[in-house]
Write a new protein. Structure first.
Ligand code: PGA
Length: 260
């Protein structure tokens, strides 16, 4: 655990248009209590970011881009850069399994995006995690190792404090199959061990590490009780204001209960 603050991220993926996003944020704002020990981040469709950036109460929510291109400007038709997103988002997802597996993004792309985010004052949330086949073949540690090295290769120890890591086993994303807490602990221990190897113990301990994959209002507390994790990356359940606000309350309680 990096700090006694928790981070809860809602990834709306390719759901909710501009108008719907705005209405949903409004409903969420009525539901979600502000806690000093919980940072809540919303990642809506790119199209809604600007509208939400004008609407949002930054004490209650911060914003994240689900994706961006790694170059800052130029002839890249259809792309949006981290430079374009400056001042609109505070965070950016990088290397989400849907980017890696549906859009074939490589570790090289991921690395360039981590750099682009940092260069533009946006905190990258680097997602790592193994597929079912890799898990069955006993390759989980190797995959985590390669994705961390691949994503962080150009990041200095000073810059590391800007980075958030999310452990998201691919087989648990959007499938309803939860990773059991002991598996999450093992993966996060591997992540911190690797960070320690790369950056030393102090820097490694300060990095916020999250879990993501089919988290629900019911399962959230089991993960939040783990000493190793600093929060959750939530997909499906973040589209339900009651479920999402329950997860946020559980994050708050997990710290107050003295476990954290
Ligand atoms: P899920 O998505 O909670 O719907 O499994 C998680 C994610 O994609 O980050």
């Amino acid at each position: 655990m990096a700090s006694d603050k928790k981070l809860i991220i809602g990834n709306w993926k390719m759901n909710l248009g501009v108008h719907e996003s705005s209405l949903f944020l409004h409903r969420l704002a009525n539901e979600v209590k502000i806690h000093r020990n919980v940072d809540v981040i919303i990642a809506p469709t790119m199209l809604a970011l600007q509208t939400l950036s004008l609407q949002v109460n930054y004490k209650q929510f911060k914003l994240a881009a689900q994706n961006f291109y790694w170059r800052d400007h130029g002839a890249y038709t259809g792309e949006v850069s981290a430079t374009n997103l400056r001042g609109i988002v505070q965070y950016g997802l990088v290397g989400h399994s849907e980017r890696r597996h549906v859009f074939n993004e490589s570790d090289k792309d991921t690395r360039a995006k981590v750099q682009a985010a940092i260069r533009n004052g946006i905190r990258p949330i680097l997602c790592v995690g193994e597929t079912t086949n890799e898990r069955t073949a006993g390759e989980t540690r190797d995959v985590i190792h390669d994705q961390l090295i691949g994503g962080l290769a150009n990041v200095t120890s000073e810059e590391l404090s800007q980075v958030v890591i999310a452990y998201e086993p691919v087989w648990a994303i959007g499938t309803g199959k939860n990773a059991v807490p002991s598996d999450v602990t093992e993966a996060v221990v591997t992540i911190r061990h690797q960070l320690k190897h790369l950056y030393g113990a102090k820097a490694a301990n300060e990095v916020q590490v999250l879990y993501g994959g089919s988290v629900t209002a019911d399962s959230a507390a089991d993960y939040l009780a783990l000493n190793e994790i600093d929060g959750l990356l939530v997909g499906g359940a973040s589209l339900d204001e009651k479920a999402f606000s329950t997860i946020i309350e559980k994050a708050h309680r997990s710290i107050n209960s003295g476990k954290k």
